[in-house]
Design a protein around this ligand. Structure first.
Ligand code: SF4
Length: 286
């Protein structure tokens, strides 16, 4: 299956916040959110094909880890995702699946289903992406699929990305339509935004709304805006020049986001490393 990246980090949100986890990010998604922070796994899916065996070996290389997060893109559309989950379960890993809940679980091995149905605020621009907008809107909310996750005996949590106060009415209606008893502390609300200023502003009113409604406030990961900007910078570059088609991995560093570009085109170097800078929104080579 196509894998965008495998990395060992700290889970930043939800019931397992703080737990060291190996993240396996599949590439490819059946949605196209306007504000997607991993466009390299959705809008421009990239990565390397890896077998289940290779992925398991990569996970096991982090010997202290007992938790694995299958994320994306949309991990549930990845070829062999069920085989991968089954193998990891045999090895006694705790498995979290981060999914937009548009694909039914059908018995997949999973301990925590982190369900993130998308609200209307996620719809891509209809003038620039008419076909994707139509597909996105037809796909993003499927109550019967969400119910299949809830009724499948999995631990679960919801995460909604919120852009304006009115979004709470929309998500409340969606949850009510499921006709299941969903405790509000299983529902996380995260502010949408690609700049720290916007995130800070939205954190204020969203935190107040969480307090008044009983939902959990989910702070965006510290690198979320950075990753999102970096992803869009890479997209712009890729559109501008075919030279950048080889971009492969985006990883966090203290100073920015690293984009590794393994290519013989960069001269004698085996690969080139570029930093996408938060403020300049541009790239500088290293
Ligand atoms: S579902 Fe997730 S990965 Fe897919 S486009 Fe939306 S935010 Fe990106």
């Amino acid at each position: 299956m196509l894998i965008s990246e495998i990395f060992y980090s700290i889970q930043g949100e939800g019931g397992l916040a703080g737990v060291p986890s190996v993240f396996v990010r599949t590439s490819g998604c059946n949605l196209r959110c306007a504000w997607c922070d991993t466009p390299y796994a959705s809008w421009q899916p990239e990565g390397k094909p890896r077998t289940v065996e290779e992925i398991v070996v990569a996970v096991q290389s982090h010997s202290a880890a007992r938790h694995v997060v299958l994320t994306g893109g949309e991990p549930m559309i990845a070829k062999e995702i069920r085989e991968l989950a089954a193998e990891l379960k045999l090895l006694d890993y705790h498995i979290t699946i981060e999914t937009a809940a548009t694909v039914a679980p059908e018995g997949i091995a999973c301990d925590l289903a982190s369900l993130s149905p998308k609200l209307l605020n996620s719809a891509p621009d209809g003038t620039q992406h008419a076909a994707w907008r139509k597909k996105h809107e037809a796909t993003r909310w499927q109550p019967s699929v969400v119910r299949a996750w809830l009724d499948g005996g999995y631990g679960y949590q919801f995460k909604f990305v919120v852009a304006q106060p009115g979004d709470l009415d929309e998500l409340a209606g969606m949850l009510a339509s499921l006709k299941r008893d969903i405790p509000r502390d299983k529902v996380m609300l995260m502010p949408e935004g690609i700049t720290q200023e916007v995130l800070r502003a939205r954190a204020g009113w969203l935190g107040d709304l969480c307090k008044s409604h009983g939902y959990r406030y989910a702070p965006p990961p510290p690198d979320r805006a950075l990753r999102q900007q970096a992803g869009h910078v890479i997209q712009r570059l890729r559109m501008a020049s075919a030279t950048f088609k080889g971009w492969q991995t985006v990883a966090e560093t203290q100073s920015g986001v690293q984009c590794f570009w393994p290519s013989v085109d960069v001269g004698s170097a085996a690969h080139s490393t570029w930093h996408c800078w938060r403020q300049a929104g541009s790239l500088t080579s290293q």
